[in-house]
Design a protein around this ligand. Structure first.
Ligand code: DUC
Ligand code: ZN
Ligand code: ZN
Length: 475
């Protein structure tokens, strides 16, 4: 038998082309593209469907420590199952260091949580909270060498925020090792000042979360992160950009020839700060950072996606349950927005939202959708061309989409550990009906058929974007 599987009759799209062809799969890889490929153990009928590279969500938080009495809603099994139903074949969660911890031990602990419990493939970014000499001088270079080739730094959050000096030291290690630095850009002191002032005025409801971190807080930090990266001459990825002012900082840097990249997320396209105004504490369901903003910010984020200022579109999936003593309203008695854990679920809805609002409504092409949802993530984070495209030799990581299917996002359709979706009630056109990882279906025609131990950990090469001289994402 020539192939294990042939996916026949679909319309295939990559980041650059759309074409009718069959896909022959052997030993988990794409072995042939063409027509009349001959025989296979199994023929999958994809007529009337789109066959796309499986989504790669390069910004998710899974089973991350989140403070006393608070438990994240997803473990690796539920997060990767939910991701598979959302058309994803790979996720990149963070292995988060806390102050005083050995980075290597943190990585080992995350592997223990993940290994054998993933429906789809995974790889880890690092979060550097303790920029000590031992971490930066020894552990970090060794981990980059071992395939953990990107790390996130925070400019805000108690216990996580790095000083400018620490950021410069981390960036220097990235420069030496070829790793990619991801930055959470918000000004910590400004947030502390505004939060204290709001609380003193009795403004503690969830909606004041947005007021505690307005656009200048993000714009200033974005500008500063870019300036620090420019000093070191190192590429940098500004993650979860929420508004036009921060986006323009990135655009200006790109126009000056700097290797500055940007990411935005669904919450900045379809939510606004009004969503935080829910009755009682319902607004807590939308508390994430940076916060959703306004209609003008949404338009700016679309521009960033259309015009190539943003090269990746990720979920920043970071789920907490709402109706749960360990969730959004924990710990009991602390009613200020200050204590609401930051983050919302989104790994399952990221691609239906981008497809429907982007492709179906004519804002972006199908090829741009593929670039933003898969290919650019693979290039940015050292996975290309094994992941993120449909080409002979690549892993057979595929999502089969019904581009006509209409539906409404609602919690009853979700497969993760959260008890709500912030995207409840959004009507969408287009839905991923089947997801295949390395030639095996995980979700088939809307039903879970994969196994909890089928996902593999994938060590990564250096980012194409951080290598000197060549490489570019699809603008
Ligand atoms: N903000 C983050 O920085 N990370 C996770 C979720 C969030 O809202
Ligand atoms: Zn962040
Ligand atoms: Zn995040």
């Amino acid at each position: 038998m020539a192939f294990d599987t042939i996916i026949r009759g679909g319309t295939v799209a990559t980041a650059s082309d759309t074409f009718a062809c069959d896909i022959g799969i052997r030993d988990g890889r794409i072995a042939a593209l063409g027509t009349q490929l001959g025989e296979a153990k199994e023929i999958v009928d994809a007529r009337g469907k789109l066959v796309l590279p499986g989504g790669i969500d390069s910004h998710v938080h899974i089973a991350q420590p989140s403070g006393p009495g608070i438990v994240m809603a997803d473990d690796f099994a539920s997060a990767t199952r939910s991701a598979a139903f959302g058309g994803n074949t790979m996720v990149l969660p963070f292995a988060m260091q806390q102050k005083g911890e050995s980075l290597r031990e943190v990585v080992t602990a995350y592997h223990k949580k993940a290994d054998g419990h993933c429906y789809i493939d995974v790889s880890f970014h690092l979060i550097i909270a303790d920029a000590s000499d031992a971490v930066l001088g020894q552990e970090l270079p060794a981990l980059v060498h071992d395939g953990y080739t990107s790390f996130k730094v925070f400019m805000t959050y108690e216990g996580l925020a790095l000083s400018d000096l620490e950021m410069l030291n981390v960036m220097s290690v990235a420069r030496e090792t070829g790793a990619l630095v991801m930055v959470h850009a918000e000004n910590y002191d400004a947030i502390r000042f505004l939060t204290d002032r709001l609380e003193r005025a009795g403004k503690t409801a969830p909606r004041y979360h947005a007021a505690s971190r307005p656009v200048p807080v993000e714009r200033e930090a974005t500008h500063r992160a870019i300036s620090l990266a420019e000093l070191i001459d190192v590429p940098v990825m500004i993650v979860h950009v929420s508004n036009g002012a921060a986006m323009e900082e990135i655009r200006r840097a790109q126009q000056r020839g700097l290797k500055v990249y940007g990411e935005t997320c669904p919450q900045y396209l379809v939510l606004t700060e009004k969503d935080l105004e829910g009755l009682n504490m319902e607004g807590a369901k939308y508390v994430c950072s940076p916060p959703p903003r306004d209609a003008a910010s949404q338009r700016a984020c679309w521009q960033g996606l259309e015009q190539g200022v943003f090269s990746v579109f990720s979920s920043d999936h970071c789920p907490f349950r709402y109706d749960d003593p360990q969730g959004k309203l924990a710990p009991k008695g602390r009613t200020s927005f200050r204590w609401v854990p930051n983050g919302i679920p989104g790994v399952e809805t990221r691609l239906p939202i981008l497809f429907s609002e982007g492709v179906a409504k004519g804002r972006i092409t199908l090829n741009r959708f593929v670039a933003l949802s898969a290919t650019n993530h693979a290039r940015m984070y050292g996975l290309y061309p094994r992941k993120g495209t449909i080409a002979v030799g690549s892993d057979a990581d595929l999502a089969i989409w019904d581009p006509q299917r209409k539906g409404t996002i609602t919690q009853a359709l979700m497969h993760g550990g959260s008890d709500y979706t912030p995207y409840e009630g959004i009507a969408v056109t287009g839905w991923p009906v089947s997801t295949m990882v390395r030639g095996r279906f995980v979700v088939r025609d809307g039903a879970l058929v994969g196994r909890e131990d089928a996902g593999a950990y994938v060590p990564r090469a250096l980012s194409e974007m951080a290598r000197p001289a060549h490489g570019s994402v699809s603008g």
